[in-house]
Design a protein around this ligand. Structure first.
Ligand SMILES: [Zn+2]
Length: 169
């Protein structure tokens, strides 16, 4: 897992006590009325942040420390870690919505996501892993139907089975 560091300051100064992981998706690049932003620039433009972004080639961009809050999911920013899977290409909101219905996540992204989330499960008191659409139904649709969610959660359970069994007892 190759990690790059591009700090985002939005998220405030208060500490994060993560007990859940929220999985998102957003465009790798965003076309805003002809101005193209990469994902980090777009989050900065929106005054938002996430703890990590996973590029289509599997590289991970860290933007916030685990123990600092990030602003990625309204109502959940005091106790969660946020990860954005980046949808390849340049997108406006319409093309983004269309693409996340397709099988867009690369094998490299799934592999890095599993590695990163396993690190979080091992290092934090993670009790819940949810999609943004699970915690904000009706308002958010990411990461989308094309993200193989059941398979992904199954991979995490298999590689961290002892912890999951303990948590579920
Ligand atoms: Zn989201």
């Amino acid at each position: 897992m190759n990690i790059q560091y591009k700090k985002l300051t939005y998220g405030g100064t208060r500490s994060n006590k993560p007990n859940k992981i929220i999985v998102h998706s957003m465009g790798e690049n965003i076309n805003n009325n002809g101005d193209v932003y990469d994902a980090v620039e777009w989050l900065r433009y929106l005054k938002l942040s996430a703890h990590a972004l996973i590029l289509p080639d599997g590289d991970v961009i860290r933007c916030r420390d685990d123990n600092n809050r990030a602003w990625h999911a309204r109502g959940y920013n005091m106790d969660s870690l946020g990860v954005e899977f980046l949808v390849p290409g340049i997108h406006d909101y319409g093309s983004f919505l269309n693409m996340i219905k397709t099988d867009w996540v690369s094998d490299e992204q799934y592999a890095s996501g599993i590695e990163l989330l396993n690190q979080w499960i091992d290092s934090q008191n993670i009790e819940t892993i949810a999609r943004h659409s699970d915690v904000s139904p009706g308002r958010k649709v990411d990461p989308g139907d094309g993200f193989r969610w059941d398979w992904f959660v199954d991979q995490l359970k298999q590689s961290n089975w002892s912890k999951w069994e303990t948590d579920n007892e």
